[in-house]
Design a protein around this ligand. Sequence first.
Ligand code: ADP
Ligand code: MG
Length: 397
Amino acid sequence: MNVIRFTDLIAAGKVAGQRVFIRADLNVPQDDAGHITEDTRIRASIPCIEQALKAGAAVMVTSHLGRPTEGEFKPEDSLAPVAQRMGELMGREVKLVANWVDGVEVKPGELVLLENCRVNKGEKKNNEELAKKMAALCDIYVNDAFGTAHRAEGTTYGIAQFAKIACAGPLLAAEIDAISQALSAPKRPLVAIVAGSKVSTKLTILKALSEKVDGLIVGGGIANTFMLAAGLKIGKSLAEPDLVAEAQAVIDAMKARGAAVPIPEDVVVAQRFAADAPATVKDAADVAEDDLILDIGPKTAALLAEQLKAAGTIVWNGPVGVFEFDAFAHGTETIARAIAASPAFSIAGGGDTLAAIAKYGIEKDVGYISTGGGAFLEVLEGKTLPAFEILSRRAQG
Ligand code: ADP
Ligand code: MG
């Protein structure tokens, strides 16, 4: 995807003395007292800000935080804790500015944090008047917030329409690059793992990927529904019988292209959904009426691991079993380790997938870990994210 990159503007000497407006994703989790419980997003946003400052820009940064009511500023919606933490991490004071839409005072070499942008009336609905006012605050607009790239809001879309220059920050650019490497011009074979709890939440992804990938590995509750489609019995396992026809359509679409959806050959079952429930490995054909399938079996896991090791590109969303319970984590761990060991370029995303990656400590061995949950899933669905669309349109002049 062709977008203007902030790093290129810096390299071309076009940032010194300019007013730069950065839309970051600083939406960190907080406890009831407002303390930040996890600051990854703040840390991840700092490189772009540092680069802008080093290049001699006057820097304004904003983000949403939580779900404020537009037009009603409440203390709990304030970015104050973020300003404080950012200041600690950067070793400088980060001034927080409220009511900033009509004008911001900031000089080259200075950094100000602009209060929660979702407090501004018209932000969510991408009001044009608001967008124009925000665009007028800067010479260069930088979008570095992949987590909100699937939303067309004032600070993610409208401002990009009207700012003199609109470009992608380093975090957003890295996501764009990883996604195009994995999906636009992938090294083949391209293998996708779509697993997790429900077919219904990932049906669009399964359909979109079935037109692209060479292998589509299903797991978790999703695999159970595919097992039903293959005529297998799954006992009391989590599945969506009303989506069997849809699963069959995905299998058929893959078959028509000479590709396959491997159905598990063996599974790990239990009598109840609990961490201490005894685990039994069974052939997929032998699942009893009172069995709960909670993981793929070791034979299946080993076969899939071989397929992943031979892949050119791997896309991973969803654990293939109830990996939160150690007795049913073997399949997900095997998949995770196979991805880590594979020479393929890999990209992974999804809340529970990220938890699995952390559990097995393979962060460094995955090609790219996407931080934008909803935005990542929409990319897999084959959608063009609004933030990407407007930035690429602006790059065409
Ligand atoms: P992600 O957040 O990565 O997109 P999902 O939310 O779709 O993934 O699915 C993750 C959840 O699916 C995990 O909590 C896991 O325990 C659950 N899960 C996986 N396999 C099964 C299964 N066979 N039965 C029930 N739940 C499962
Ligand atoms: Mg999840």
